[in-house]
Design a protein around this ligand. Structure first.
Ligand SMILES: Cc1cc2nc3c(=O)[nH]c(=O)nc-3n(C[C@H](O)[C@H](O)[C@H](O)COP(=O)(O)O)c2cc1C
Length: 345
């Protein structure tokens, strides 16, 4: 797999395509898959700064990782500078490569708590939160944000400049406002505006569906890296496709059913290592599995069968029975696999 290096603050990544934080999805198994297939770095699901500060066992467990995931950043949200600093110190003890502060979460529960994207409405407080985290730890702290609260208050450039002054290592821009949630298309031009305004690296994010999109986004905005969320669900192959296209300027061959089988099986095995109850692992795995097989001949009846299975061995037998009996030729994944990806709300 050709390496296409990019520099993000102190980190040299072997690909400019990074796996997004995805609550309910990017557990250690999905992150390992992404790295194995060529993602430049990975992020944890968003954790609560307050939960971390209270030393909440669940939060700390969710932040845990396997060394194969490195570079690995833990993402969290905080609503005050003290909370941000306390959580940062505790998370640093787990030895991630860095921390990422979330100012993009549109979820009502978080917004009502004055966290996530709500802080885009108070840039002063947002910057103090970043500064407190940066000062509290010896690892890099980055920021992920949306482009503003709504169309009338687009302030991505102002926020990016403020977090640069506060010491953030880089900023990721999800090119939508909070009000847009996941509707419409991301406005990639907003990423270019931020890139032109700051000296820290910028990661572009929003609606990147293919290796070609990565090329287009980098060319159009000059961003230093690209973050991929929904298009990586059940399809770690996207990171291989990106490295291939950027490294050789030719498109990669899509995965065969046999490759999909091997990858899905590996992800389940890593989930079994992580979740203490095997049934929990199987239940969590189902949503990934549904996407792994999307677009393949006969997938509807396989899904109906697989969704009733509770034992890991049964899932593996069913997967092999289905996928290893399909013709072993590359199959493009249908666009609908991304259009229908679940969103965060
Ligand atoms: C199911 C789901 C969960 C998400 N969880 C998080 C999260 O924990 N932290 C975060 O910063 N963004 C989260 N996001 C937003 C993504 O990281 C990303 O910004 C967004 O999906 C746009 O990228 P995409 O078009 O490549 O999916 C989530 C998105 C989805 C769909």
């Amino acid at each position: 797999m050709p390496a296409v290096t990019t520099q993000l603050g102190p980190l040299t990544l072997d690909s400019p395509a990074v796996l997004a934080p995805l609550a309910g999805w990017t557990d250690t198994a999905m992150r390992r898959m992404a790295r194995q297939f060529g993602a430049g770095m990975v992020f944890s699901e968003m954790l609560s700064g307050e939960g971390t500060r209270r030393n909440n066992e669940k939060t700390r467990r969710m932040a845990g990782f396997n060394k194969e995931e490195r570079p690995y950043f833990v993402q969290y949200f905080a609503t005050s500078p003290n909370q941000a600093a306390d959580a940062a110190r505790l998370l640093e003890e787990l030895e991630p490569d860095g921390l990422d502060l979330n100012f993009g979460c549109p979820v009502k529960k978080i917004i009502l708590n004055q966290g996530g994207a709500a802080l885009l409405k108070d840039v002063g407080l947002l910057a103090r939160i970043v500064e407190a985290a940066v000062k509290a730890v010896n690892i890099p702290v980055s920021v992920k944000m949306r482009s503003g609260w709504d169309y009338r208050s687009l302030n991505a450039v102002e926020v990016a400049k403020a977090v640069e002054s506060a010491g953030a290592a880089w900023v990721t821009v999800h090119a939508r406002t909070r009000s847009e949630f996941f509707q419409g298309r991301a406005h990639w031009e907003w990423i270019g505006e931020v890139k032109n305004a700051v000296n820290i690296p910028v990661i572009g994010n929003g609606d990147v569906r293919s290796a070609e999109d990565v090329q287009t986004l980098i060319k159009a905005t000059g961003c230093d890296a690209v973050m991929i969320g929904r298009a990586a669900m059940g399809y770690p192959f996207i990171f291989r496709e990106i490295r291939h296209l950027l490294g050789t300027n030719t498109p990669a061959v899509p995965p065969t059913p046999r490759e999909r089988c091997a990858a899905a099986e590996q992800q389940l095995l890593w989930m079994l290592d992580f979740y203490s109850l095997s049934r929990r692992a199987v239940l969590e795995f189902r949503k990934h599995l549904l996407i792994y097989v999307k677009g393949l001949h006969g997938c509807a009846s396989f899904k109906r069968h697989a969704m009733n299975l509770l034992e890991p061995d049964d899932v593996i037998v069913a997967l092999r029975d289905y996928l290893l009996n399909l013709p072993d030729v590359p199959v493009e994944r249908p666009q609908s696999a991304i259009d229908e990806a679940p969103v965060w709300c």
